[in-house]
Write a protein that binds this ligand. Structure first.
Ligand SMILES: [Fe+2]
Length: 257
């Protein structure tokens, strides 16, 4: 399947790409291209897109020259970073601590995506949020729960990898209860810090996110789909997702307090 480059309006484009587990099952992946108020561009996440998408990106960004930065927001999404560095050598490439650790040979900025100073640098265009009660980089690299979420203010679009999932699959997978609704990544139970208060910290973070980003209109999610939820819907969707995680949070409280 070839990659898709979708104009979501207001300076936000999403690349819907493919990512195969074991070379077979395509779970999809994403990156986003965003035009800043300054007229420059940034990518959220790295993805080795095909030539057709590259041509569309080049047409928008003067052959890539106006891409000033690439922000890698998920600590365990690293396989496309090398390609991105080569494709956009003039851009500043930012990663999380794990990106810098896993690919020390790449030309990373010292400032990391989880650093407040970087979030402040882009605060006019984006709000960022990191879940509380879970580590950003889990010890178990199969626990993809945490990431840095980004809200692009101008388009009301939330870019999120894994922390939230929104699956839209064709029949017969569409019959599964997981599809067609916003949920938290199923690794939450493993991600919660083994300490008293972690479940409450997470719960509080999620409720606050819903309130603070209430104006968001849509979510672009890896590894799956674009969710056009409509303005004002986010707090309720987060509340529902939290409600379904109640057994997980209660079990954690029972064990750790
Ligand atoms: Fe992932």
């Amino acid at each position: 399947m070839s990659d898709a480059f979708v104009d979501l309006g207001d300076g936000f484009w999403t690349v819907r790409g493919s990512f195969r587990i074991g070379g077979i099952v395509d779970i999809g992946t994403q990156c986003s291209l965003v035009r800043l108020a300054s007229g420059s561009f940034v990518f959220l996440d790295s993805y080795a897109f095909d030539d057709e998408v590259r041509a569309r990106v080049d047409a928008l960004t003067d052959g890539g020259r106006r891409v000033e930065a690439v922000l890698n927001l998920h600590p365990f999404h690293t396989v496309h970073c090398e390609w991105m560095h080569k494709a956009f050598p003039q851009a500043r490439h930012y990663g999380t601590s794990r990106h810098l650790e896993i690919a020390p040979g790449l030309d990373w900025q010292e400032l990391r995506c989880e650093d407040d100073a970087l979030m402040q640098r882009y605060a006019d265009d984006f709000a960022f949020s990191i879940p509380r009660g879970v580590p950003l980089v889990a010890d178990n690299e199969n626990v993809h729960f945490s990431s840095i979420l980004a809200l692009h203010r101008a388009s009301g679009t939330i870019h999120v990898d894994d922390t939230f999932v929104y699956l839209r699959k064709g029949f017969p997978l569409s019959l599964l209860p997981l599809t067609g609704r916003l949920g938290f990544h199923p690794t939450l139970a493993k991600a919660l810090e083994p300490r008293a208060g972690a479940a409450d910290d997470f719960h509080e973070w999620a409720v606050e996110l819903g309130v603070e980003w209430a104006g968001a209109r849509r979510i672009v999610a890896a590894h799956n789909a674009v969710f056009d939820m409509g303005a004002g819907q986010f707090p309720e969707r987060v509340g529902e997702a939290l409600g379904r995680m109640k057994p997980v949070l209660d079990a954690h409280r029972a064990k750790h307090g």
